[in-house]
Design a protein around this ligand. Structure first.
Ligand code: HEC
Ligand code: HEC
Ligand code: HEC
Ligand code: HEC
Ligand code: HEC
Length: 304
């Protein structure tokens, strides 16, 4: 039986990888010597993974174990989402109908996998463009766009720390203790100030815990807020503009020259890449001493 496997080219500088088939509830590996596909470069892998299973043995999952160039981490295992719960493999002597049904199963499994992959990349799963109900309607369009308040007035730590930070109520009261200080829709702000209870903003962006991200390094190397967060100055309510999945991070880490801009433009929401961006970008990559692609795509950069 041959299982079509997902494209390994997402792992560009893969140094070693192995794919192992697992069986049973606890995912015991099936006869590794027969079921091991290994190699040095994900791109050389044609995606077809032959699995030798004993008659009657069920395939419960497939595990990818990988390490990358220059990476200090050991082997990483991620059990892929696909499960072959009912995939019974029949003996060779099975009749034509049984063979046909095995084929149908494989086809179905592949269709299901394709479905899973399409859904996994769709805005529905990545939470893109979803607006969350907030304790009060705060508009970036009004504050950052129309009134031109700098991002750093509220997100004070974005240049110096991993986190951009959400402003405390006191920051709002700098203006709203006099401005619109009696209107109803600002009552949650005044109440928070009186009672010293923070406003409970609902998080819009959330990376998985096993991913390390740092704002200050991106800001200091000339990556603008709008490249990742979109036109915040035009958002009446906040939403996540980019997919924030691994592929998206890697697309930029492989080609930083396409996105880097002069440092003094990082907070400019209206910045557009000039026609000769590739050229200017390359100069900025050199000037800002942006690390090599192999360092930026090493697993341990983001998974530490
Ligand atoms: C007047 C204060 C203020 C200013 C100025 C401001 N923000 Fe915000 N920002 C907030 C508040 C409050 C929230 C939390 C509520 C929300 O998500 O809308 C927030 C949320 C965000 C979030 C989403 C956080 C999450 O939950 O994931 C992003 C991204 C963001 N701001 C980016 C920016 C950018 C970029 C700028 C500059 C163009 C900016 N902000 C200017 C106050 C401000
Ligand atoms: C630098 C001054 C300033 C700060 C700081 C500020 N605001 Fe405002 N806010 C304004 C102004 C000016 C308006 C009127 C905006 C307009 O209509 O263009 C406004 C309007 C609003 C409104 C009315 C709805 C809207 O968006 O027009 C809300 C709600 C609001 N602010 C909430 C907040 C909250 C919450 C904070 C703190 C995170 C905050 N503001 C911080 C100046 C400020
Ligand atoms: C390289 C992409 C990238 C850039 C550039 C970027 N952000 Fe973010 N931002 C993210 C990601 C990813 C998250 C989610 C982080 C998490 O969940 O740990 C985030 C989260 C946030 C949050 C939520 C609170 C927090 O600290 O996690 C705010 C506010 C924010 N960004 C504001 C900004 C502002 C302002 C700028 C520009 C000065 C900016 N970001 C530039 C990718 C970026
Ligand atoms: C638009 C381009 C871009 C995007 C998108 C982007 N990065 Fe980066 N990233 C960079 C650049 C440029 C650097 C700076 C490299 C350097 O320091 O030389 C960097 C550096 C880093 C570093 C190194 C920080 C350190 O302290 O060593 C981490 C970690 C990182 N990025 C994580 C992420 C993650 C996770 C995502 C996706 C959620 C992401 N990046 C998305 C451009 C990007
Ligand atoms: C630039 C940052 C970055 C680098 C480099 C990176 N990853 Fe990831 N990785 C992510 C992010 C972000 C996610 C979370 C994706 C999500 O939540 O959809 C992720 C998720 C994963 C997952 C979870 C399974 C999945 O597909 O959702 C595995 C396994 C993984 N990475 C392995 C690796 C390996 C192996 C390498 C090195 C070849 C690597 N990563 C390099 C950012 C990175």
């Amino acid at each position: 039986m041959v299982v079509n496997f997902r494209d390994l080219s997402a792992f560009e500088n893969l140094k070693n990888f192995e794919i192992r088939a697992c069986s049973g509830r606890y995912g015991n590996e099936i006869a590794p010597s027969q079921n091991l596909v290994s190699g040095c470069n994900g791109k050389e892998f044609d995606g077809r993974y032959p699995v030798a299973v004993r008659p009657g043995q069920a395939l419960s999952g497939i595990r990818l174990v990988a390490s990358s160039e220059g990476s200090s981490v050991g082997w990483r295992a991620g059990t892929l989402k696909r499960k072959f719960d009912m995939a019974q493999i029949f003996h060779r002597s099975a009749n034509l109908i049984a063979r046909f049904s095995v084929l149908a199963l494989v086809v179905l499994a592949n269709l299901a996998l394709a479905g899973v992959l399409v859904v996994a990349r769709s805005p529905y799963i990545t939470n893109q463009r979803v607006i969350r109900a907030q304790p009060l309607q705060f508009s970036h369009k009004h504050h950052a766009g129309d009134d031109g308040i700098d991002c750093r007035y509220c997100h004070t730590s974005v240049e110096t720390s991993a986190y951009a930070g959400i402003p405390p109520t006191k920051t709002c009261m700098n203006c709203h203790s006099v401005l619109f200080n009696d209107v109803g829709y600002l009552e949650p702000v005044r109440e928070s100030f009186r009672t010293d209870q923070s406003i409970e903003w609902v998080k819009v962006h959330r990376l998985a815990d096993y991913v390390y991200f740092n704002h200050s390094i991106h800001i200091n190397k000339g990556i603008g807020c709008s490249t990742c967060h979109g036109s915040v100055n035009e958002m009446p309510l906040m939403f996540q503009a980019s997919p924030l999945n691994m592929q998206w991070c890697l697309d930029c880490h492989r080609n930083p020259e396409r996105n880097v801009r002069p440092r003094d433009q990082v907070f400019n929401m209206d910045w557009k890449a000039p026609a000769n961006q590739e050229e200017v970008g390359k100069q900025l990559v050199a000037e800002y001493k942006i690390r090599t692609v192999s360092e930026l795509t090493s697993c341990s950069t983001c998974h530490r």
